[in-house]
Unconditional design. Structure first.
Length: 341
C-alpha cells in the first residue's frame, strides 16, 4: 500500500511516504492560508499517487483561525481538496486514524497530535522499559515519556503539555530572543533585551556556527540572509546597538549567554518530565532539526547521563529526522491499510 503522510504546521509543511521519501516546504500559513491546497497539490506531485493520505496537524493554532475547531475544519478542507479522490485519514491522540468528518467532531483530539503519532511509531524501537523521546524543531520541543514502547504523557492538549513540561515552546529557528532571556551581560553590566523580534534563535546558532550558513535563505527576523554576519547585525539590535557600539567578540559572548538560557529551559523541562516517572529512562530517542541541541542537553542533565542516546538522523537519515512526524503517520497509515493495526 502506498501512503503519504502529511504534517501541517504553522511555519512548515512536511510530507513523507512509507518508503521514507521526504519533502519539506516552509510555509507561513497565517499569511496565506487559502494557498494551502495548492501547496499540498504541488508537494504531492513528488510522490507516486497514494492509496491513502494520512494527516497530523499543528497549524490549527495559527492566528488566522479564531478557534482550534475552525482551524481543524479549514485545514482538512484544504487537504481533502488537494487529495481529490484519494482517501484521507487523520491521526488523533486516541492512537488511531479517523475520517475528516470524525476529526471535525473531535478537534481537540486531532489538534497538535503529531508528537503522539511520532511517539507511537518510534516506541516500537524500544519496547521494554522507560524511554524518552525528544523532538526539537524550529519552533517547539516535545519531551515525551514512553514505557514499554507506549507513550505515557501527563498531558494531551497543548495547554496540558505546556503545564507538564512535555511541550516547550522554544526551538532552534523561530523563537524570538526576547522569549529566551530578559537580559544579557555586556562588559560586566546587565542590558535588558528589546521586546521586539529583531532576532531569533537561528541567529544565535548561526553566530556560534552550530547551524550552517544559508546565504539564499531569507526566512529571518528582518528578511536578510541567514548568514553569520547578518545574524550578528540582527543580534545587536536586540540590545538596541549596532557594530559601532559592540564588537564581534562581544556579540559571540551574547550569543553564548542566550544559548545557555535556552539550554536551561530545556533542562528544566526534561527534569520535570523525568522525575515524574517511576524510573529514569534507559534510552533516549532524539530527532528534529534541533537534534544537535537536544543531544547536548541530555549530556547536561544528571537524570539522563546514564541513558543511551539514539539519534534518528544516524539511524535513518537527517531529512527523515527533521520530518519525523510526517514519516510516522505515513508508516502508521501503511500498517493500518495492511491490517497490522
Amino acid at each position: 500500500m502506498r501512503v503519504v503522510g502529511c504534517d501541517i504546521g504553522g511555519a512548515n509543511v512536511k510530507m513523507a511516504d512509507s518508503d521514507r521519501r521526504v519533502r519539506t516546504r516552509p510555509f507561513e500559513l497565517w499569511k496565506d492560508v487559502d494557498r494551502l491546497s495548492c501547496l499540498l497539490q504541488d508537494m504531492l506531485r513528488d510522490f507516486q499517487t497514494p492509496d491513502c493520505i494520512t494527516v497530523t496537524l499543528t497549524a490549527e493554532l495559527a492566528d488566522c483561525f479564531q478557534t482550534k475547531s475552525e482551524g481543524v475544519d479549514r485545514l482538512l478542507r484544504h487537504v481533502c481538496l488537494a487529495a481529490g479522490d484519494v482517501p484521507v485519514r487523520v491521526w488523533q491522540t486516541g492512537a488511531e486514524f479517523v475520517t475528516p468528518d470524525v476529526a471535525r467532531a473531535i478537534p481537540l483530539l486531532v489538534a497538535a497530535a503529531n508528537w503522539h503519532a511520532l511517539a507511537t511509531w518510534l516506541g516500537r524501537m524500544e519496547p521494554d522499559g522507560p524511554t524518552l523521546l525528544i523532538d526539537m524543531g524550529s519552533t517547539t520541543t516535545d519531551i515525551v515519556p514512553l514505557h514499554n514502547g507506549v507513550p505515557v504523557p501527563l498531558g494531551f492538549t497543548d495547554r496540558e503539555r505546556l503545564e507538564s513540561g512535555e511541550l516547550v515552546y522554544t526551538g532552534i529557528w523561530r523563537t524570538p530572543l526576547c522569549a529566551v532571556a530578559p537580559a544579557v551581560v555586556i562588559s560586566g553590566r546587565t542590558c535588558p533585551l528589546a521586546a521586539e523580534v529583531f532576532a531569533t534563535a537561528l541567529d544565535v546558532y548561526l553566530i556560534l556556527e552550530d547551524i550552517d550558513q544559508q546565504p539564499h535563505c531569507n526566512r529571518t527576523a528582518n528578511g536578510q540572509p541567514a548568514t553569520r554576519q547578518a545574524a550578528i547585525d540582527r543580534l545587536l539590535r536586540m540590545c538596541c546597538c549596532d557594530r559601532s557600539e559592540i564588537t564581534e567578540t562581544q556579540a559571540v559572548d551574547i550569543a553564548r549567554q542566550l544559548a545557555d538560557c535556552q539550554m536551561a529551559q530545556l533542562q528544566e523541562a526534561a527534569q520535570r518530565v523525568v522525575r515524574r516517572q517511576l524510573s529514569w529512562p534507559t534510552r533516549i530517542l532524539v530527532c528534529g532539526s534541533g537534534g544537535f541541541l537536544a543531544r547536548r542537553m541530555v549530556q547536561q542533565v544528571a537524570e539522563l547521563d546514564a541513558a543511551v542516546v539514539i539519534s534518528l538522523a544516524d539511524v535513518f537519515h537527517p531529512d527523515w529526522a527533521e520530518a519525523a512526524c510526517a514519516c510516522a503517520v505515513a508508516r502508521l497509515g501503511a500498517e493500518q491499510l495492511a491490517g497490522v493495526i
